[in-house]
Design a protein. Structure first.
Length: 567
């Protein structure tokens, strides 16, 4: 290729004229001159141009793949492989369809093969390792995800994303203690940037006519369960006493009807998704917030560094992540007496705000409640169900559920996840335990009514452990379905216990895996007890702390007022 063409390529790329550059490479350069560099550049242009389509991703993936295959074990091959892996994941996330997932899984298998080929040459490459963890997450392979994230930390690659992902992925595992959660949360806190005081607006701690409360989140949209718990307090607060602000970290074009409805309930909303840390800190500090809530913890597109540098006199973690953030600057975490015991307080960096009954209260669902007959009456067999995230279904859960299916005659288990992953791994494990014929995988439902109607097919809901369901348990109880859960060892593994205690279902809190099996079998055989429990749930749910929104809101705001008065 002549120098003039090379200069033109560089000029077009520097000026972000990606469409012209794509046309040039594809139509004005001979095939024999297109090397790995050009293929990689071609693919990059297709995915970074404005509004890339599904077809753009598919074409770019093929470009990246060919760039890698042309020139293995070089720096160009490394960059091409990173791009191939990340674009394959982006295609998987692009649209939620079985056909799309099937294409992506084929790419994932190639990605894993290529990663193994190049690993010995670039074993410690941070960006390549991060890319492959994205693949293992989509495949539901928690063990490998944790392994490679752990490798990054061993090699002192301390990106916030890496530490957060490592902590979060270990919620799905049985191998961590709360001491380890605390240890890595403290590492996360230690690695956050600290910005110079002289570059930031000073925090003003002044009493105003109203207490100013703010929430920071990237997740206030229909697809996220935090909205049900946030709506509880936003719909039931004294507007003469409180002002409520949102700081949203997701792009405004991602707002949906749920976002807009929540915004209408509060005083002010500011989008900070395009702001750097210092800009965001100064903007929020200028608003003189009294109490600032983090609704994400280590999850989502969190802005943990903002809280490290303090946004308000009081900062509180609630709802989005049920464990410690590790930040000394996060003053409090909201829990209840069932979740964090007195002797465990030293394993949380925050001071505990104990609400008297439950840490969360569901705002209720739009589907009208009806008392449905337990389906075993018609079916003559027991149907179990779990609509929890498939990542929560670890090997221990699979083994216990398989044992239940093997010992409860003709029983079925319905599984559905709100964020579906490839079910191949689960299928293989249930098949190995010889219970696959008893498993029904339901597709994700497009609307809440269809999703909730599936509970009519379930006699008993089975909770996951150690990472319990929360929204799914509230949903099951709303629909009159009892949930069998297991006692845990920290906040996020005791959520099921707290939910059941707050509807007086201690009998459905197992002490261990064997007790979980026994309780499932006994309840399946004692159908009269099962029917009585279902009747009790339907009768008492709405007046229980699980759905008593006014009572919860009073307790929530009273606890905040006490903190405010101590400032």
């Amino acid at each position: 290729m002549d120098d003039e063409k090379i200069l033109e390529i560089k000029k077009l790329f520097s000026e972000k004229r990606y469409l012209e550059l794509i046309f040039l490479i594809e139509h004005q350069i001979d095939d024999g001159e297109i090397n790995s560099n050009l293929l990689n550049l071609l693919g990059a242009c297709k995915v970074i141009k404005e509004k890339p389509s599904k077809e753009d991703f598919m074409s770019a993936i093929e470009n990246f793949k060919q760039a890698y295959l042309k020139e293995k074990k070089t720096k160009v091959a490394l960059e091409s492989l990173r791009n191939f892996i990340n674009s394959s994941v982006d295609l998987y996330d692009y649209e939620n369809s079985p056909a799309n997932h099937k294409i992506s899984v084929s790419n994932f298998l190639d990605a894993i093969l290529f990663f193994k080929e190049i690993q010995s040459f670039y074993e410690n490459d941070e960006l390549l390792t991060l890319a492959i963890t994205r693949v293992f997450k989509r495949l539901g392979d928690t063990d490998k995800t944790i392994f490679y994230l752990g490798k990054l930390l061993e090699n002192k690659h301390y990106r916030t994303l890496t530490i957060c992902s490592y902590i979060y992925q270990n919620c799905f595992s049985n191998s961590w203690s709360q001491k380890e959660f605390f240890k890595y949360a403290k590492l996360l806190a230690e690695k956050q940037p600290i910005y110079p005081d002289n570059e930031m607006v000073k925090i003003v701690n002044s009493k105003k006519d109203k207490i100013r409360i703010a929430f920071l989140s990237s997740d206030l949209k229909a697809s996220h369960s935090v909205i049900y718990f946030l709506k509880t307090i936003l719909s039931n607060y004294n507007k003469d006493k409180y002002e409520i602000y949102f700081y949203l970290n997701n792009k405004e074009e991602t707002y949906d009807d749920v976002t807009e409805n929540l915004i209408r309930l509060i005083d002010k909303t500011t989008n900070i998704s395009t702001l750097g840390d210092i800009q965001a800190i100064n903007l929020i500090r200028k608003d003189q917030i009294d109490i600032m809530f983090d609704l994400m913890g280590v999850t989502s597109k969190n802005r943990i560094a903002l809280f490290k540098n303090r946004l308000a006199p009081t900062q509180i973690s609630w709802c989005g992540f049920c464990n410690t953030t590790g930040l000394n600057e996060m003053d409090h975490i909201i829990a209840d007496p069932n979740l964090i015991y007195d002797e465990e307080k030293n394993l949380y960096s925050e001071k505990i705000i104990y609400l008297p009954d439950i840490w969360n209260c569901h705002s209720g669902l739009t589907v009208e409640r009806e008392e449905y007959l337990s389906p075993f009456i018609k079916n003559n067999y027991i149907t179990f169900g779990s609509f929890n995230n498939f990542l929560k279904i670890n090997d221990n859960v699979i083994d216990v559920w398989s044992k239940i299916l093997q010992n409860v005659k003709n029983s079925k288990l319905i599984l559905k996840s709100s964020s579906p992953r490839v079910v191949t791994k689960l299928t293989e494990k249930f098949k190995k335990n010889d219970v696959l014929k008893s498993i029904v995988f339901e597709d994700t439902k497009n609307n809440i009514k269809d999703h909730l109607n599936l509970y009519q097919k379930i006699d008993i809901a089975l909770d996951t452990f150690p990472y319990n369901g929360v929204t799914t348990s509230f949903e099951a109880i709303w629909m009159g379905v009892p949930v069998l859960t297991m006692r845990g060892y920290n906040f996020h593994s005791r959520c099921g216990e707290s939910i059941n205690k707050n509807i007086k279902l201690d009998c459905l809190i197992a002490k261990n895996e064997n007790d979980y099996f026994i309780k499932a079998k006994e309840l399946s055989e004692n159908t009269e007890k099962l029917l009585n429990i279902r009747k009790m749930i339907f009768k008492d749910a709405l007046t229980s702390p699980l759905f008593d929104v006014k009572r919860f809101s009073n307790e929530f705001f009273n606890s905040l007022e006490k903190i405010y008065n101590q400032l």
